[in-house]
Design a protein around this ligand. Structure first.
Ligand code: SAH
Length: 339
């Protein structure tokens, strides 16, 4: 059975024509799907004949909410969604002054093995389909009853390890007949799958790329991020330079501060020198404690000092505000708890 949300608009049009339908049906069906209807019966401008035909080969995919937690501190909402095969993924909706932002998952589990991360502990189960990635935005928006204007692909999984489905998702979520979310309002975060950064650059989508750097040199990065053994920092930053030249979009960097591992003053200095020519923004994240991992965050003073050192060296750096601290809002934590 085909999930029509796995089709891009043109593919949907082609499919409908192949089953003897008129072209204009694509627009109707595409926009219903993106409104979060749960069956063809809800598509009230389709004849019974078309609905029956669609039901023969295709279905309307949905997500069910297995758990929903609302932070009492800041209103952050965390969803544990259950997929049709029983697997679970997480999405988080955060409220900023400019509107709602959703953080979505790209895979069930992850095979990248970052030492500090909860999502990778059980390894990769499977990729999410393009429809499943999109459904997180559709169903969260429907549940919130309010437009979601920004997307960050920073939940469970490595998006560039599920490349084709992520690209389909990006095209669909941006489509004017669908949710119509601008590429400039979408951020994709990667641990550094270098060949896919080059491919993404050549797609020329003006999304923001953010790199989970977390270390100023190969020796530290090798010790916390296995992907660095395959694609080292020099190769990664060269890919970033290519991305910047191809898209004219500045890269941002995530740097989770782990006490005694990557948070010394000399680490800050080495980091500043390495990325200076990229003029990117550095997001400092005090590492979140994960039960199975022994990493600790530094004191507020340590974190502030690291930021100030970067700023004094001309690097734009901010400390990420912690949202949803009371509801396990960081990636992978809730799924792991429930499983
Ligand atoms: N796989 C992608 C996106 C998912 S993770 C990536 O690696 O970028 C989103 C961000 O959270 C990444 O920067 C990741 O390194 C970071 N992260 C994961 N576990 C963390 C933890 N325990 N504390 C702080 N940041 C963490």
């Amino acid at each position: 059975m085909i999930d029509l949300k796995d089709f891009e608009y043109d593919e949907l049009t082609e499919y409908l024509m192949s089953i003897g339908e008129k072209k204009f049906r694509a627009e109707q069906i595409f926009s219903w799907l993106h409104k979060g209807v749960k069956s063809y019966e809800e598509m009230t401008n389709l004849s019974r004949d078309i609905r029956e035909k669609l039901n023969r080969e295709t279905y309307v995919s949905t997500l069910s909410v297995r758990e929903k937690l609302v932070s009492e501190i800041d209103g952050t909402v965390k969803y544990l969604f259950e997929l049709p095969d029983g697997n679970c993924i997480e999405s988080v909706v955060m409220r900023y002054h400019h509107g709602l932002t959703i953080c979505i998952s790209s895979q069930v589990g992850c095979r990248m093995g970052c030492r500090f991360c909860a999502s990778t502990i059980g390894g990769l189960y499977r990729n999410l389909t393009a429809g499943e990635i999109l459904n997180q935005v559709i169903f969260a928006q429907k549940d919130m009853g309010e437009r979601i204007g920004n997307i960050v692909i920073m939940g469970i999984g490595e998006p560039l390890d599920n490349y084709d489905n992520i690209i389909k998702f990006l095209h669909n979520v941006n489509h004017e007949k669908g949710l119509n979310i601008g590429y400039r309002h979408i951020t994709l975060s990667t641990c550094g799958v270098v060949p896919m950064i080059y491919r993404l650059a050549d797609e020329k989508l003006p999304i923001t790329l953010t790199i989970s750097l977390h270390a100023p040199n190969n020796s530290i990065r090798n010790s916390i991020m296995p992907v660095n053994h395959k694609y080292n920092i020099e190769e990664l930053l060269n890919a970033c330079r290519y991305y910047f030249e191809a898209t004219n979009r500045r890269i941002s960097f995530e740097y989770s501060l782990i006490h005694g591992v990557n948070d010394s003053m000399s680490d800050a200095e080495e980091l500043a020198a390495r990325i200076a020519d990229l003029h990117g923004h550095v997001n400092l994240i005090p590492v979140n404690k994960v039960e199975e991992r022994s990493f600790e965050k530094g004191s507020i003073g340590d974190i502030k000092a690291f930021q100030e050192r970067l700023v004094s060296l001309g690097i734009n750096a901010t400390v990420r505000r912690e949202l949803g601290a009371d509801i396990s809002a960081s990636c992978g934590q809730l799924r792991k708890k429930v499983l």
